[in-house]
Design a protein around this ligand. Structure first.
Ligand code: EPU
Length: 440
C-alpha cells in the first residue's frame, strides 16, 4: 500500500561527526554569495510556533545543525515538525504531551532554553534542563528565570533541572533586566504573549533577530510592540494563531564573508544581505580601510588594493559591534598595520581561541578574559589548529584562507551548527577547501 504521508524532502545534514577542514590559503576570493537566514532568529521563531496549535510555516530557514537539533527536541515533546523542502519548516504544536526538555538537548544547544517561556505560558508547566556554560563563558540563565517569576511563574531548581509551573495563566507585569540579554528578552516576550494583562520589558535587547520575532508574533495575532528602542510592551491574549514568516538574513554570516573578502584581498558581492543590520560593523570596516558598499539587500566588498589600518574595538549589545563578529574581526586585525586593542565586553572566555590564531603566526597578546592586543600586519601561515566553538571555528577558516600554505582545522563540525554549507560557499568563491573526516 502506498505511503499516505505527504512527501518529505530528505534532509542530509552537514556532518556532525568529528571533522577536519583542509584549506590551502593565499587565494583571492571572488564572486557572489547568497547569505542564509539567521540562526539566532530561526531558533526563536521555531520556539514561538509552540504558542499555538495551528500550523506555522517558515522559509529562508538556514540548513544548519542547531535548527536540526531544535527540530528534534520539538518532535521529542510531541510537536509535528515537517521539512517539506530545503530551507522550509512547518511546525504544528497541537498535541504536546511531554513537557520535558532533557539534558541532551541543552548539552547540544544552549538555545533550547528558549522553549521555557512559550511552553510554560501555553501549557502551564515545563521541566527544562539547565544549559550551563559553554566555550564562550559561564552563560547563566538566572535572568530568564527571574523574568518568568516576575510574570507569576513558580520555579524550582533540582538536580540540574528547572521545574516551572504557573497556577493559572501567567500574569503580565514589569520585567526589568539588570543588564541587556537577548534570549532573556525573547523568553520574557514569548511568555507574556499568552499572559493575563500588560507586560513591559526594560531594558529590552535591540538585536534585529528580536524584531524579526516581534514581526512573526504580530502575524500570529499577538499584541506586542517595541514602544521605545529599549522597551517592548505586550498585551497578553488568550490565544494566537498560526502564521507564515521568512527568516531575516544572517548579519553575522554576512560580516564573516565581508572579512573573507578583505582578508584575502578579494572582491565579493553578498546577495540577500541585511545591510541595515550591520551599521557598526560597516563603519568599522570603513575605518580599517575596507571598501564596502551596501543597499537593497546587496553588499559589495572590494579589497583588491587596500591598506588595512589597525583599530581599537569593543563589542556591545546591538546597535554596537556584535560579539559574534569579534572573532572574524580579530583575523582582519592581524592583517592591519599597527596595534589594535580588543575589548570583549559581552562574554568572558571569548578571546581564548586567539591562542590558536597565534599558532598561525599572529602577533596576539591575550591580556585577560576581556582584553587582547593584536599587532600587525603579520603573514599568517598554515598550521594544524583546533576549535571548539562556532564563531572561533569560522574565524580560523578565515585565517586559513588568508594564510600561506596548508591549514588543517580539527573540530570543524562545530561550524555547521551555525553556518549553512560554509565550505561549499567558500569553494564556489575560489577557495581550496575540503572536508576530511577524523582519521582520514
Ligand atoms: N547573562 C546572564 N544571565 C542570564 C542571561 C545572560 O548573566 O540569564 C549574561 C551572559 O552571560 C552574557 C550577557 O548576559 O554575559 C549577554 O548574554 P545574552 O543573554 O544577551 O546572550 P544570549 O541570548 O545567550 C545570544 C546569541 C549569541 C550572541 C548573544 C549576544 C542566540 C541563540 N545566541 O545569546 O549568539 O552572542 O546573544 O549577542 O541568540 C552565536 O550565535 O554564536 C552566539 C553565541
Amino acid at each position: 500500500m502506498a505511503d499516505a504521508r505527504p512527501f518529505q524532502w530528505e534532509y542530509k545534514p552537514d556532518p556532525v561527526a568529528p571533522e577536519i577542514l583542509r584549506i590551502e590559503g593565499g587565494r583571492r576570493l571572488e564572486g557572489s554569495v547568497r547569505i542564509s537566514g539567521a540562526k539566532n532568529a530561526a531558533l526563536k521563531l521555531m520556539a514561538a510556533a509552540t504558542l499555538t496549535g495551528e500550523r506555522c510555516r517558515f522559509d529562508n530557514v538556514p540548513e544548519i545543525e542547531d535548527v536540526r537539533v531544535l527540530a528534534e527536541v520539538l518532535r521529542d515533546i510531541g510537536v509535528t515538525v515537517d521539512h517539506p523542502e530545503p530551507n522550509v519548516y512547518e511546525i504544528a504544536s497541537g498535541d504536546v504531551d511531554w513537557l520535558f526538555v532533557p539534558l541532551e538537548a541543552a548539552a547540544k544547544m544552549r538555545a533550547s532554553f528558549i522553549l521555557l517561556g512559550p511552553l510554560l505560558t501555553r501549557f502551564g508547566r515545563v521541566i527544562i534542563s539547565n544549559p550551563g556554560g559553554d566555550r564562550i563563558g559561564r552563560r547563566p540563565v538566572n535572568l530568564h528565570v527571574d523574568a518568568m517569576r516576575a510574570l507569576g511563574a513558580e520555579i524550582e531548581y533540582r538536580n540540574g533541572y528547572y521545574f516551572a509551573k504557573s497556577p493559572g495563566r501567567l500574569r503580565g507585569g514589569p520585567v526589568n533586566f539588570p543588564q541587556i540579554t537577548v534570549m532573556g528578552t525573547e523568553n520574557a516576550m514569548l511568555a507574556a504573549v499568552l499572559a493575563d494583562g500588560h507586560t513591559v520589558i526594560e531594558p529590552a535587547a535591540q538585536e534585529p533577530e528580536v524584531d524579526d520575532l516581534i514581526e512573526f508574533l504580530q502575524k500570529m495575532g499577538a499584541e506586542v510592540e517595541r514602544t521605545a528602542p529599549n522597551r517592548i510592551e505586550i498585551e497578553g491574549r488568550r490565544r494566537v494563531r498560526g502564521a507564515s514568516h521568512s527568516v531575516v538574513s544572517d548579519r553575522i554570516e554576512a560580516g564573516t564573508f565581508i572579512v573573507a573578502a578583505a582578508a584575502t584581498r578579494g572582491h565579493l558581492i553578498l546577495e540577500n544581505a541585511p545591510c541595515d543590520h550591520l551599521g557598526a560593523f560597516m563603519d568599522l570596516m570603513t575605518l580599517m580601510g575596507v571598501e564596502v558598499r551596501g543597499g537593497e539587500g546587496r553588499i559589495e566588498v572590494n579589497a583588491s588594493s587596500i591598506d588595512l589600518k589597525a583599530c581599537d574595538i569593543q563589542t556591545q549589545p546591538y546597535p554596537g559591534l556584535a560579539t559574534d563578529l569579534q572573532p572574524p574581526t580579530c583575523v582582519l586585525l592581524t592583517q592591519a598595520a599597527g596595534t589594535s586593542h580588543v575589548h570583549e565586553l559581552v562574554f568572558e572566555d571569548r578571546l581564548e581561541w586567539l591562542g590558536e590564531l597565534r599558532r598561525m603566526g599572529a602577533n596576539v597578546e591575550i591580556v585577560d578574559q576581556h582584553h587582547a592586543i593584536i599587532n600587525g600586519p603579520t603573514q599568517l601561515r598554515g598550521a594544524d589548529v583546533e576549535i571548539g566553538d562556532l564563531r572561533a571555528g569560522a574565524s580560523l577558516i578565515l585565517a586559513a584562507l588568508a594564510a600561506d600554505g596548508v591549514t588543517t582545522i580539527r573540530g570543524a563540525h562545530h561550524v555547521h551548527r551555525g553556518y549553512e554549507k560554509i565550505d561549499r560557499k567558500f569553494l564556489e568563491l575560489g577557495a581550496r577547501i575540503e572536508r576530511l573526516s577524523e582519521g582520514t
